[in-house]
Design a protein around this ligand. Structure first.
Ligand SMILES: C[S@@+](CC[C@H](N)C(=O)[O-])C[C@H]1O[C@@H](n2cnc3c(N)ncnc32)[C@H](O)[C@@H]1O
Length: 214
């Protein structure tokens, strides 16, 4: 798997299968923080003491690590549950060779048999096609980090059907965050029971999408 240096000094990967990078080339860590942590309100949620996160397309775990860092910074006693859906088991080895600046990345590197646990943090990765594995996971997520490859490259991931399955696992008022602002993606989110709005733009780029489960 080819590593690619991004604008903030952190590395991402290039997928030979999809011919796309895993994160924004302007900054992989920055994208995780700006598009997935800040707009989902992790900091505020953590103050309540418990966050339940669904990470769809877990990849190399940057989005989850960014959430854990922010939650523990906000409230060191916060309990964080993360369920990651991912199809590529080889990434477990790749993660062990990466050193992003997220403090909690040592937890990600320490995932054994798809699980990591400490008194605050519980991470479980479910391998397989997320459109199938979603059906057998628990309910009650506060946040969904939705991060497949682009709608153009992977249209099958951005459908009304898949968003409906995700919505069925989230709490009312839960927040889904994704980097795409494509109109048809937002239409599918609405049909699936979300209320999508512009999320942050980084630099001069188009906004991301923040969608509240109604
Ligand atoms: C853009 S990368 C995700 C980056 C990740 N969120 C991170 O922070 O490191 C997309 C990921 O989706 C995974 N993927 C693609 N299709 C999938 C599917 N049908 N089910 C589960 N994972 C899938 C790929 O293996 C890849 O790891």
């Amino acid at each position: 798997m080819k590593k690619v240096l991004t604008g903030d000094g952190s590395y991402t990967l290039f997928s030979e299968e999809y011919k796309e990078v895993y994160h924004s080339i302007s900054g992989a860590e920055e994208e995780a923080v700006k598009k997935y942590v800040e707009p989902t309100g992790v900091f505020e949620l953590a103050k309540k003491g418990f966050i339940n996160v669904l990470d769809v397309c877990f990849g190399i775990g940057y989005n989850s690590a960014a959430v854990i860092d922010a939650a523990l910074k906000s409230n060191p006693d916060c309990k964080i549950i993360i369920v990651g859906l991912e199809k590529d088991e080889k990434l477990l080895d790749v993660m062990k060779e990466l050193s992003p600046s997220f403090e909690s990345y040592k937890m990600i590197r320490d995932i054994r048999d798809c699980v990591y646990k400490n008194p605050n943090v519980d991470i479980k990765i479910v391998f397989g096609d997320a459109r199938d594995t979603i059906k057998n996971i628990e309910e009650g997520f506060d946040i969904c980090l939705f991060d497949p490859f682009s709608p153009k490259t992977q249209p099958e991931m951005w459908t009304e059907t898949f968003f409906k399955d995700i919505a069925s696992k989230m709490k009312v008022g839960g927040v889904l965050s994704t980097y795409s602002c494509a109109t048809h993606v937002r239409i599918n989110l609405v049909r699936a029971g979300f209320d999508p709005k512009d999320g942050p733009s980084i630099g001069r780029r188009a906004p991301s999408t923040i969608a509240i489960k109604i």
